[in-house]
Design a protein around this ligand. Structure first.
Ligand code: HAM
Length: 419
């Protein structure tokens, strides 16, 4: 009988054996971050809603339409985090990291929540791996985080992923560019949906990301930021490209790349995977520089750069990977008396560091064998009165059914020796 409850729409359980792919991915994530000198940050899953309004932006889809926010019992407006950059920046300021060290390098791994329209690779609870670096304004830092992202993906064994980069300029060029965009789109406002009209008024740069069919040609003809970059942003962008080339990281420039979050300045980038499993090409990661955010949140002027990747999408691309190994030994007691001894033996072997399984039901031999095969045990050992009194039993390797008699007191040594 199935329960009348199911998980909340857009939020999924992660069950064995699929969880093995997650463990594989998480292991490579932690290892890679250690190699590159990033320390892990864990922030709460909820924050003040206002934090996301001030950082991600009130006109963004994420804040405008997709937030899981609610009033708590103290009437505080709380949001389940839709992303990790704003919480990390909040933690950075709250713990005064800028006074403790000139450079902070963090990574995080955790669930995010967005009330999205769902499709393959887009859910309402999803996981991100992200990095954030505070301190260096240099293009070398942008290049380092991008190389890290590409290397992580390569280590996972994914090959068909492309890095696209762009520059979104900074506060000196942005206002003039926004005016140009308004002038370009405004005469066609009558063709626009109400949503697009309000985007035009509030944040026209986001129109470049619109999927509205009526705007397709207009978007293709729209002026691009790269043509109006100020000298400093242009030099920064050139340097990013030079360094990516130096590090052997292939990239393409996409002058129409705009991100769905408001805090970016200068470098913006995305990682796009081609995978049959994801359907069409899909963005597995994105990030960029955000030199104004720390100041906007009430802190000093500290430049920063980072990215986040959608782990659910990477797991879909990976398929089955890194299947967990079954137990080295499955013990089969012949009756209830032997079950107690089997349990004791299993406990001892586990304390010795071996992976050992046992079926507490101690049912028929046939049922126990079936269970041993189901959990992919490498060996089985049948325990009955005779085996216990002689302290000897037959150890059977399931791969080739070869048996050898071993002393129960020397089992650990037998199982740890390569056969
Ligand atoms: P984002 O582009 O909004 O950036 O998200 C990063 C990645 O998270 C996306 O490329 C995608 O793979 C994944 N993702 C986003 N929404 C969903 C969803 N509904 N279902 C599944 N996966 C999803 C950020 O979040 C920025 N905080 C990145 C950043 C860090 N920028 C600077 N530092």
């Amino acid at each position: 009988m199935s329960s009348k409850y199911s998980s909340v729409k857009g939020m999924h359980d992660l069950l064995p054996p699929a969880i093995d792919t997650w463990h594989y991915l998480e292991k490579i994530a932690h290892e890679t971050m250690a190699r590159y000198g990033y320390a892990e940050l864990r922030t709460p899953i909820v924050e003040d809603t206002d934090l996301f309004k001030r950082s991600v932006g009130e006109t963004s889809e994420i804040v405008g339409k997709e937030m899981y926010n609610f009033l708590d019992k103290g009437s505080r407006d709380i949001a389940m985090r839709p992303e990790g950059t704003a919480p990390a920046a909040r933690a950075y300021l709250e713990h005064s990291l800028h006074q403790k060290e000139p450079v902070t390098r963090w990574y995080y791994l955790g669930q995010m929540f967005r009330y999205e329209r769902m499709k393959t690779g887009r859910t309402r609870q999803f996981w991100q791996l992200g990095v954030e670096v505070y301190g260096p304004p240099q293009a070398a830092q942008d290049a380092e985080v991008m190389e890290l992202a590409v290397h992580f993906i390569e280590r996972l064994g994914l090959t068909d992923v492309r890095l696209e980069i762009n520059s979104l300029g900074d506060e000196t060029t942005r206002p003039a560019y926004l005016e140009k965009l308004k002038a370009h789109f405004a005469p066609h406002a009558d063709k626009m949906s109400e949503d697009a009209k309000s985007t035009l008024a509030l944040n026209p740069i986001r129109l470049l990301d619109s999927k509205e069919e009526a705007l397709k040609d207009l978007i293709a003809q729209a002026p691009v930021m790269l043509d109006v970059l100020d000298d400093a942003s242009k030099a920064h962008f050139d340097e990013v490209q030079r360094l990516l080339t130096l590090l052997g990281v292939p990239f393409t420039i996409n002058p129409r790349l705009v991100r769905g979050l408001d805090y970016y300045t200068r470098t913006a980038f995305e990682l796009i995977a081609r995978s049959d499993k994801l359907g069409t090409a899909s963005t597995v990661g994105g990030g960029g520089r955000y030199d104004r955010l720390i100041e906007q949140l009430g802190g000093p002027k500290i430049p920063a750069v980072g990215w986040a990747m959608g782990l659910d999408r990477l797991v879909i691309c990976l398929g089955e990977k890194g299947a967990a190994e079954g137990p080295v030994l499955f013990i089969l007691p012949m009756d209830a008396a032997a079950r107690d001894e089997a349990l004791k033996l299993a406990t001892k072997l586990r304390h010795d560091g071996l992976r050992v399984d046992i079926d507490a039901r101690a049912g028929s031999m046939q049922a126990q064998f079936k269970r041993a095969e189901h959990v992919k045990a490498q060996h089985v050992l049948v325990l009955g009165a005779r085996e216990l009194s002689e302290r000897k039993a037959k150890l059977k390797r399931l791969s080739d059914r070869v048996e050898k008699e071993v002393s129960l007191d020397e089992l650990s040594a037998h199982l740890t020796q390569p056969s």
